[in-house]
Write a protein of this length. Structure first.
Length: 368
């Protein structure tokens, strides 16, 4: 056990003495969620629409996935456009100006370009400069990864306010002739403003658990377009610029890791599933959510589910569900919340929050 003793008032740093006498530094600045914003395209692709496109039925899709419709961005709206709209909504919710942000992280697997980073495009759109801005690629775990990185950056005292965004336009990489995958995915963006608080304040972010198992990388993959298989007539003809997924193997991984990562993040804080007020899992498939919920022993009323009207929005998924919980009044100050995602890589990530923000009507932004 480390014995933490602050080295000075307001320094945000503590010195911890181990049993072997070695001193290590620990970060003590607490971090909270100061604002939440989302952006969803106006266009809806319903199961009835898909029935006219591929050999499928509404009954088949709903029974196996729980999805009834998903949002699809119009051709002139890219990932950065959704990310920027969500960012502005989150800043509005936090009552902050763009100039108060000193770190931007965008989690996405559908960037506008291979480079520059989508985060830099968002930064330019907000009219700010001279701060770090970068993308990360962790698939549907992306927002959890980004929150973890921003949390550690803020808690160290190096930064004060971070803008964390999960945004994807998966409709750009879905093969609408493949009925196994085209029914699953949609477009959207979610943004969080994270803020450093003074030492001694109630922490909002309590713990995180991240991981990856690269041996499963081929189970969910976009084969072509990178340095391994650059774009060519052959890759286009083989439809290798669309995502490919081994659904059965991903399903088994997802159910297992949702339970394991959630239990791990709770254990880090010395808590158990019984302490949870709200569970926000990645919205990929209702059967995955239900299987994980049952394994964890969480009552249905404590689980946020919106996969029916958004589908799988990858890095935006958990943030969209968080915003919906706020809009519906299901998330209130003092509540303990676990957010857990899983995705390509294979990756996983959990964030444990003690909600500290008073509700003020989180806005949703519709891109036209």
């Amino acid at each position: 056990m480390l014995d933490l003793k602050p080295t000075g008032a307001g320094t945000g740093t503590a010195v911890a003495a181990r049993e072997d006498g070695v001193q290590v530094r620990a970060n003590v600045y607490p971090v909270q969620v100061a604002g939440v914003g989302i952006a969803i395209p106006e266009g809806r692709l319903t199961n009835a629409d898909l029935e006219r496109m591929v050999e499928t039925t509404d009954e088949w899709i709903v029974s196996r996935t729980g999805i009834r419709e998903r949002r699809i961005a119009p051709p002139d709206v890219a990932t950065s456009d959704l990310a920027l709209a969500a960012a502005r909504a989150a800043l509005n919710d936090a009552a902050m100006e763009p100039g108060e942000i000193d770190l931007i992280i965008v989690a996405t697997i559908t960037p506008d370009h291979s480079f520059p980073a989508t985060a830099c495009l968002v930064q330019a759109g907000l009219g700010i400069a001279n701060i770090p801005a970068y993308d990360l690629s962790a698939g549907c775990s992306g927002l959890a990864y980004a929150i973890d990185q921003a949390w550690h950056a803020l808690s160290s005292g190096a930064y004060k306010n971070a803008l964390v965004i999960g945004a994807d336009t998966l409709s750009r990489i879905v093969d609408f002739t493949d009925r196994r995958t085209c029914v699953l995915f949609g477009d959207g963006a979610a943004a969080l403003v994270l803020s450093r608080r003074e030492p001694g304040a109630t922490p909002g972010i309590l713990a995180s658990n991240l991981g990856a198992d690269g041996r499963g990388g081929s189970l969910l993959i976009l084969p072509a377009g990178g340095s391994r298989l650059p774009a060519s007539h052959a890759t286009v003809a083989a439809r290798q610029h669309y995502l490919q997924m081994n659904g059965q193997e991903v399903f088994k991984f997802a159910v297992r890791i949702l339970e394991e990562s959630t239990r791990r993040v709770l254990a880090k804080a010395g808590l158990t599933v019984d302490d949870l007020d709200l569970f926000i899992p990645h919205q990929a498939n209702i059967r995955i959510i239900e299987a994980a919920r049952e394994r964890l022993g969480i009552p249905p009323e404590r689980v946020i589910v919106n996969v029916d009207h958004y589908g799988n929005t990858s890095a935006a998924s958990i943030g969209l569900a968080l915003a919906e919980a706020l809009q519906e009044g299901r998330l209130r100050p003092g509540m303990l919340v676990a957010m857990t995602g899983f995705g390509t890589g294979l990756t996983w990530g959990s964030i444990l929050l003690r909600w500290t923000k008073e509700p003020n009507g989180t806005p949703a932004v519709t891109e036209r």
